[in-house]
Design a protein around this ligand. Structure first.
Ligand code: ZN
Length: 339
């Protein structure tokens, strides 16, 4: 029987999700209000590193800010489009409603105190055997810090405003709020290679590969909840990782073959992207690991200067004049000692 299964896999070539798996969460993109408040909260309070300061390529009068670990490894990247005069959105069906970051379980006490010291109201939360702290960013975006045992295997950011041992390691998971269940679960399991590992009431957990931080998604079924409205304080999309352009092309073919409406490959300077909507309405992206954030800045200078794509460089003076100033960043970490 094993031989038969192997043969079937071979027949499907590298397009098989078992041979070319999604590697986890690549990034989460949300909409912020005031960019200054956004930098202050994510870079100073949460201690993430602002790894790229650029603009929304489709709206060059506004920033696109990227935060992550020391170099913005995939799985650690939270990005924002700040709309200073934008209306507040509404969390609801068809959205990523909660973005959860992974910290060592023993660090939750430190974080509870730290958030309170910065006047951030915090509530205790727990799901699937893990403790967490739930809170909102200055624009009402719902976040969690989840105690994930495997998080201790990743290094914490050194030299940031949060001690290395307590630093955010990566995403833990994202939570999708859905009206139904079957169509989204089918896409996750049958097409995208997730496994359902747990359920509790209306909450279902799915995992990629060996599991751990940045490989998990929770689906929450709330048939009576109102639809979400994407604007300030809500998540715009979640991106999943692939190793490179070849793998991305395979994924595109597979998704199109399943009847999904997928965009062409788009060059986002720091990764390449395709987008599609899952059946419950959440916008998904598949993004490549390369080239990463050091493509236009050295590791020790990441996030310090406004970066523009080549086609917008001629307009730099006009673009810089239109952007609001950002608050000073926490001190830069020391240059990496390793060669
Ligand atoms: Zn994206």
């Amino acid at each position: 029987m094993t031989g038969f299964r192997l043969e079937r896999r071979k027949g499907r070539g590298s397009g098989d999700s078992a041979l070319n798996p999604l590697l986890g969460i690549h990034h989460v993109t949300a909409i912020a209000g005031d960019p200054g408040g956004n930098v202050d909260f994510y870079a100073r309070v949460l201690g993430l590193r602002l790894v790229k300061k650029t603009i929304n390529f489709d709206d060059p009068g506004t920033y696109h800010l990227y935060y992550g670990d020391e170099v913005g490894h995939p799985g650690t990247i939270m990005t924002f489009f700040p709309w200073p005069d934008g209306a507040r959105g509404r969390r609801g069906v068809g959205q990523v409603t909660t973005t959860s970051f992974a910290v060592p379980p023993a660090s939750l006490g430190y974080w509870s105190e730290r958030l309170k010291a910065h006047r951030v109201p915090v509530e205790s939360a727990a799901a699937f055997g893990e403790d967490a702290l739930a809170f909102e960013d200055p624009d009402g975006l719902k976040l969690e810090l989840t105690g994930v045992s495997a998080a201790t295997e990743r290094p914490g950011r050194s030299g940031g405003p949060v001690p290395e041992e307590h630093a955010v390691r990566a995403f833990s998971h994202v939570t999708l709020v859905e009206q139904g269940f079957d169509a989204t679960a089918k896409l996750l399991v049958d097409v995208m290679g997730f496994r359902q590992t747990a359920e509790s009431g209306n909450r279902f957990r799915f995992v990629l590969g060996a599991g751990g931080a940045a490989t998990r998604v929770e689906v929450r079924c709330t048939p009576d909840a109102p639809p979400g409205r994407i604007a300030v304080g809500t998540v715009h999309h979640v991106a999943w990782r692939v190793a490179g352009p070849t793998e991305q092309r395979d994924w595109r073919e597979r998704l199109v073959g399943r009847g999904l409406d997928v965009t062409p490959v788009l060059d986002r300077s720091y990764f390449r992207s395709i987008y599609y909507r899952e059946p419950g309405g959440v916008l998904f992206e598949i993004a490549t690991d390369p080239p990463g954030f050091t493509v236009d800045e050295s590791p020790d200078r990441l996030g310090t200067a406004l970066q523009l794509p080549p086609w917008l460089e001629p307009y730099r003076a006009r673009i810089e004049a239109a952007l609001p100033p950002l608050p000073p960043l926490p001190p830069l970490p020391p240059a990496p000692a390793r060669v």
